[in-house]
Design a protein around this ligand. Structure first.
Ligand SMILES: Nc1ncnc2c1ncn2[C@@H]1O[C@H](COP(=O)(O)OP(=O)(O)OP(=O)(O)O)[C@@H](O)[C@H]1O
Ligand SMILES: [Mg+2]
Length: 237
């Protein structure tokens, strides 16, 4: 049906700038994310985690290396095909939440469903259910600027998961959250995103959520240094 890995990056290198000021953010990074699993990517500030995630998302082109997502060479596609592939298959939570300032919390969370063609009332209803699960039932109609950092973060989580994408990519999805909200986010992630044809990749410093990981990948200075298996990926086909 499909190969064993939802995401496979081999030998990714990324150079920012040229000449004496050039910096190598990635120096031959290899990472494999199995289907049916949550993989966490950890490492010191500046080691290249966000760069690697942005490359997997197709938002940043590597200087060299191979990147395949759901068995597709994402940098071999046309720009239009890549945009469509991303819309159809991926959910993102970035370090900045990128909420739309004039939309309510529920409307922001519904954006992925609307883009997928779901009718507006139905989309907002489903997004509202996700927000309630994340403890935001009082904030459905609030604008982002009236929400705390942790509340905005949970709206971004709901937005990334509500259309049930096959690949979920997150940069520090629980950084601004207390323990209880962080667990609610991870439980939703485990429920929505861990199926045999799906996978989750999370960049995190938050050791409180490590128990949700099937594998933890350690990164240093632009390279993967070790892979720690925590539990069998329950649903790998
Ligand atoms: N657009 C850019 N231009 C130049 N250098 C960059 C750019 N983006 C990242 N870098 C450099 O690449 C390296 C890796 O950055 P990256 O953002 O991937 O780190 P990170 O592991 O996500 O760190 P953090 O944990 O602080 O978020 C850093 O040295 C950074 O300064
Ligand atoms: Mg980062």
């Amino acid at each position: 049906m499909h190969t064993a890995h939802a995401i496979e990056v081999v030998g990714a290198e990324k150079q920012f700038g040229v000449g004496p000021g050039a910096a190598w953010a990635l120096r031959g990074a290899d990472i494999r994310v199995p289907f049916g699993s949550i993989t966490m990517l950890v490492g010191p500030s500046g080691c290249g985690k966000t760069t690697l995630l942005s490359i997997i998302a197709g938002l940043l082109r590597p200087t060299s290396g191979k990147v395949s997502v759901l068995d597709r060479d994402i940098f071999g596609m046309s720009d239009a095909a890549q945009v469509e592939f991303r819309r159809r298959n991926m959910g993102f939570i970035f370090q900045q939440y990128n909420l739309l300032p004039s939309l309510s919390a529920a409307e922001n969370a519904a954006v992925g469903l609307l883009a997928a063609g779901v009718e507006r009332r139905e989309a907002v209803k489903r997004a509202s259910e996700s927000l309630k699960t994340l403890g935001l039932e009082q904030k459905l109609d609030s604008l982002p600027r009236t929400l705390s950092g942790g509340q905005q973060q949970r709206v971004a989580v709901a937005r990334a998961l509500v259309h049930e994408p096959r690949i979920v990519l997150c940069d520090e999805p629980t950084a601004a959250l207390d323990g209880k909200s962080g667990r609610a986010v991870m439980e939703m992630m485990a429920q929505v995103a861990v199926r045999e044809d799906r996978a989750v990749l999370i960049v995190t410093h938050d050791s409180r959520i490590f128990d949700f990981a099937h594998q933890i990948v350690h990164m240093e200075d632009g390279r993967i240094t070790s892979v720690e298996r925590r539990q069998e990926a329950a649903l790998v086909a």
